[in-house]
Design a protein around this ligand. Structure first.
Ligand code: HEM
Length: 145
């Protein structure tokens, strides 16, 4: 009888541990899920690069850029940043942008284009703001002018 009650306690403990980890996991990837997971992110990133190329404030910077690669890299980056299961495999933000003489005006223009892209894909504005907030700290690594 004793052995059953011990086993019971171990099982109850294990169940509690699993449910707590599942909860932690769930809250960690909440933003990723709200963005529509990998497919949702990839969809608005594709619109994002199209909008960037049509934006005269910043499109010159992308004249020689492989936009196919850029889409894949941005999708990975946003997926990881929002708590999704991806690993960004691109170059560091400092390295990529250091010779581009990017100003705050450029940075804000690009952030605005991202919002337009998410809007187009019906991402709620509270969710848009959360992704933008996670990108904001990168401004100091990207803006050099
Ligand atoms: C939050 C802001 C930004 C983020 C998260 C971001 C992210 C990225 C990423 C992930 C890449 C691909 C890196 C790779 O290929 O390994 C990239 C490349 C690039 N970014 Fe940004 N970027 C931002 C702002 C800007 C701004 C404001 C400009 C210029 C107006 C810019 C211009 C470029 C260019 C030209 C490339 C391609 C560089 C190359 O292929 O050598 N980025 N960016």
């Amino acid at each position: 009888m004793k052995i059953f009650s011990f086993t019971g306690k171990v099982l109850a403990g294990l169940a509690l541990f699993i449910s707590l980890s599942a909860h932690a996991q769930g809250s960690d990837d909440a933003l990723y899920q709200s963005l529509g997971a990998k497919q949702g992110i990839s969809n608005f990133v594709n619109s994002f690069v199209t909008i960037i190329l049509a934006d005269p404030r910043i499109n010159k910077a992308f004249d020689e850029t492989d936009m196919e690669r850029l889409s894949v890299m941005l999708t990975e980056q946003f997926c990881q940043l929002s708590g999704g299961p991806c690993k960004y495999s691109g170059r560091s933000m400092d390295d990529v942008h250091k010779d581009l003489a990017i100003t705050n005006m450029h940075f804000n223009a690009l952030a605005e284009d991202l919002q337009i892209a998410m809007e187009k894909h019906q991402v709620p504005s509270s969710v848009q703001n959360k992704l933008i907030a996670r990108l904001a700290p990168m401004q100091r690594n990207i803006v050099t002018k």
